[in-house]
Design a binder for this molecule. Structure first.
Ligand SMILES: Cc1cc2nc3c(=O)[nH]c(=O)nc-3n(C[C@H](O)[C@H](O)[C@H](O)COP(=O)(O)O)c2cc1C
Length: 210
């Protein structure tokens, strides 16, 4: 049985139906570096990403600069900022590498050809792809684009990438291994348009190797 409560609907003693404007339930922030047509680098902050095996799938809006860059160049770097970098990520938030700025974004975004400079970030060369890595990020995944297809509801693309090389900062790796030290890696999370860090470890899965 359900009871109407204004625009929400109570569906049990503990839950109600809601219509949130976004479904950003909480995923890590990724700074995607791609190559612009003139050879310069763009940085796209995003968070609709997931990994399985060596595949990373990205959800990217059609109106940004990342989609045309990925369609043309077929490569990128997925740079993962730690929580303490949130203010620099937010400096990138109102910027786009797209010129001219699409009408739908014109009131809130401005074109910025130098996103590294605007955010105070440092480019370093990659090893298997042409876009640079972001030095300040502790984890870099160099990746090739495998497929790009339209999302069913329109307005965005689903980009499947294959990771070719992983770089991890010394201070987040377990010395002498390829394991990330989860006591020292603190990814920046994007939760319903707010930035969060992670809390203390709660436990480990039976498959954990560290
Ligand atoms: C923390 C954060 C997460 C975002 N997540 C996404 C996302 O998952 N997909 C997307 O298309 N845009 C996302 N955006 C918006 C893009 O960053 C924005 O459209 C930006 O203008 C893209 O830059 P570009 O046009 O230079 O590629 C996010 C922005 C921020 C700040």
């Amino acid at each position: 049985m359900s009871v109407h409560l204004g625009s929400t609907q109570l569906t049990s003693s503990a839950h109600r139906t809601i219509t949130p404007s976004v479904l950003y339930f909480g995923t890590p922030v990724v700074l995607i570096t791609t190559r612009n047509p003139d050879g310069s680098a763009n940085i796209t902050p995003m968070s609709s990403a997931w990994a399985l095996g060596s595949t990373v799938v990205l959800g990217l809006g059609d109106s940004g600069q990342a989609v045309p860059n990925l369609e043309r160049e077929r490569e990128c770097v997925l740079n993962f900022p730690s929580a303490d970098l949130w203010e620099r990520v937010e400096r990138l938030a109102p910027l786009t590498g797209r010129h001219p700025v699409p009408d739908a974004k014109a009131d809130r975004y401005r074109h910025e050809p130098d996103k590294f400079g605007a955010a105070g970030l440092t480019p370093v060369p990659s090893q298997t792809v042409r876009p640079p890595r972001v030095a300040e990020c502790a984890l870099h995944l160099e990746a090739e684009v495998v497929s790009i297809r339209p999302g069913a509801e329109g307005g965005f693309r689903i980009v499947e990438t294959q990771v070719r090389r992983v770089h991890a900062a010394d201070d987040i790796t377990v010395p002498g291994t390829s394991h990330v030290d989860t006591d020292r890696w603190h990814p920046l999370l994007y939760v319903f348009r707010h930035y969060f860090g992670t809390g203390p470890r709660l436990g480990r899965t039976f498959k954990a190797q560290t």
